[in-house]
Design a binder for this molecule. Structure first.
Ligand code: APR
Length: 226
C-alpha cells in the first residue's frame, strides 16, 4: 500500500471542543507559555503547571474524536497511514488510527522529573504534588515543553522521508522542529494541506491546499485520493 504520512496539529481536535493555541480565544491568549510550558515554569511553580495540564486532561476525558480523526483512521483501508502528531490528546488513537507518533508528548501520561524514561499512566485527570517515581522524584506531565528536545524527531524525519503522500492538517506550522517535517517528504510525494485559514508553508514546492476544517477537508481529500 502507498505510504500516507500525516502531520497533525491542534486544529484537527478543534471540532472535538479542544481549543487551539494561537487562534483568537486560543490557549496561549489566556496562559503565558513561560508560566506553564517550560522547564523554568516547572522549577518555579509546579502547582500552577500541574493545574494547567490537569484542567486539559479533565476536558480531554469529556471529548470524542471528530470526523477529521475518523477520516484518517478510515484511510487505513487504502493506505499505510502513519500519523505524526503535535497533539498531546489521544483522539487519533480513540478514532482507531493504528500508527500514531506523538512529537510533543501525551496528556494521559506522566513522567519522572529526574528520569524521562520513567513514564506512568495518569489515573483519572489529576496529577498531584507528592506523586513520585521509584527514585522519589516528583512526577511531571509527559509533555515536551518549549526549550526541551523532541526525542521522537529522528523517527518522524525518517517516516516523512518514506511518504508517497504527505498531508498537513490543523497546524499553523509555527513550531519547529515539527513544522520542518514537510521538507523531508521525497520529491515524488504529493503534498497536501488542510486548514480553514491561511498557513505559511515553509517550502518552495507545490502543495494542494484544501481550505476547509478537518472533518470536511478529510472528506474532500479522501475523494481526491481515491
Ligand atoms: N480544522 C482544521 N484546522 C483548524 C481547525 C479545524 N476545525 N480550526 C483551526 N484550525 C487550524 C488553524 O487555522 C491553525 O492553522 O489549526 C491551526 C492551529 O494552530 P496552532 O494553534 O498554532 O496549533 P499547532 O500548530 O498544533 O501548535 C503547535 O505549539 O503550542 C505548541 O506544543 C504546542 O503542539 C503545539 C505546537
Amino acid at each position: 500500500m502507498k505510504k500516507l504520512v500525516v502531520l497533525s496539529g491542534a486544529g484537527i481536535s478543534a471540532e472535538s471542543g479542544i481549543r487551539t493555541f494561537r487562534e483568537s480565544g486560543g490557549l496561549w491568549e489566556e496562559h503565558d507559555v513561560l508560566d506553564v510550558a517550560t522547564p523554568m515554569a516547572w522549577a518555579k511553580d509546579p502547582e500552577m503547571v500541574l493545574r494547567f495540564y490537569n484542567e486539559r486532561r479533565k476536558q480531554l476525558l469529556e471529548c470524542e474524536p471528530n470526523n477529521g480523526h475518523t477520516g484518517l483512521a478510515a484511510l487505513e483501508k487504502y493506505f499505510d497511514v502513519q500519523i505524526i502528531t503535535q497533539n498531546v490528546d489521544d483522539l487519533h488513537e480513540r478514532a482507531g488510527s493504528s500508527k500514531v507518533l506523538h512529537l510533543h508528548g501525551e496528556l494521559k501520561m506522566a513522567r519522572s522529573t529526574a528520569d524521562p524514561m520513567m513514564r506512568y499512566e495518569v489515573d483519572g485527570w489529576e496529577l498531584k504534588m507528592g506523586e513520585v517515581c521509584e527514585k522519589g522524584s516528583q512526577l511531571r506531565p509527559d509533555i515536551v515543553w518549549f526549550g526541551e528536545a523532541v526525542p521522537a524527531m529522528e523517527e518522524a524525519m525518517h517516516l516523512a522521508s518514506t511518504a508517497d503522500i504527505f498531508v498537513v492538517v490543523g497546524t499553523s506550522l509555527n513550531v519547529y522542529p515539527a513544522a520542518g517535517l514537510i521538507e523531508y517528504a521525497p520529491a515524488k510525494a504529493s503534498l497536501w494541506l488542510i486548514d480553514p485559514n491561511d498557513v505559511e508553508i515553509p517550502i518552495n514546492r507545490h502543495v494542494e491546499v484544501i481550505k476547509e476544517k478537518a472533518g470536511k477537508g478529510l472528506d474532500i481529500l479522501t475523494r481526491k485520493l481515491l
